[in-house]
Design a protein around this ligand. Sequence first.
Ligand code: DAH
Length: 343
Amino acid sequence: MTQGIDARLEDAQTRIASAASTEDLRAIEREFTGKDGVVASMLAAIPTLPPEERRDAGQSANRLKTAVLEAVATREAELADAALDAEREADGFDSTLPPPRLHRGTLHPVTRVTRELEDLFTSMGYRVLDGPEVELDEYNFEKLNIPADHPARDTQDTFYCDSPGSKATLLLRTHTSPVQVRAMERLEPPFRAIVPGKVFRQETTDASHEHTFHQMEGLVIDKDVSVGHLIGAMKTLLRGIFKKDIEVRLRPGYFPFVEPGFELDARCPFCEDGCSVCKQTTWIELLPCGLVHPNVLEAGGLDPEEWGGFAFGLGLSRLVMLRYGIDDVRHLLGGDMRFLSQF
Ligand code: DAH
């Protein structure tokens, strides 16, 4: 038996050493170590042998397999070296040419602006929080004072997910606001937090609408918080972002989770008299905000008699577009390298 193995191994090694291509090598490898190969049939025959021979037979089969694989690997490396040598000696090879340029990645514009805002806000005592993108209806709507039959839901249609075995409704979050309540539940007041993140809506897409975009929520919980604090914070925020004064206007705005609520608009920097980004209005809705509604404080486990706060929902995608002069929101998540490599 052992002798038969040695002869077989020698034969295999000779053939492997003279194989001319990787395909030939693979064929020999299969012949020996494949599913119906030599080694497999040796192993399959073991139960038919007298018990005292089985151990040796098993070891021999494994020795053959290891040796064949080793020889194949050695020859494969030789063939690769030879191919490289041939290429170097061929006409037209110039060893003085520089190697192909490495393509370095760049940071996505949303990542850049997010990091910049995180720096700005952490310097003002805010912490940076995260929350689930697949969210419970309860947090996305209910606890934000938007019950099941509330018309505010119509403007935030989204993608609903199956949640087998559970009565809870799961959806792709339509805004970063659910993290307001999650933060109140977890953090000791007073606190300040921002929540940059991806949000989703069932939208008809155009230059300023996309089914997936980015927002950044802000939340400050403290005692005796007033609209004056809110306006002061928003002004600081805009100065930090634009490094200069941008004309803004404050309109009353309705969001069920704040009272009073405001829309803070910024003057469109692309045009004088209307363009596709500002939908011909010269104003861009950038910063809805307000004082946290008592029902939301309660949903977060805080006593509205004791605690108050303000919140804002910065349109991060819009802000990125403003910053870099991007006139179509669909570029942001379109994955086109010609766009991305510009940053
Ligand atoms: N979550 C709202 C939306 O996506 C935006 C918003 C409005 C957030 C007012 C806030 C706020 O924190 O106070 O439409």
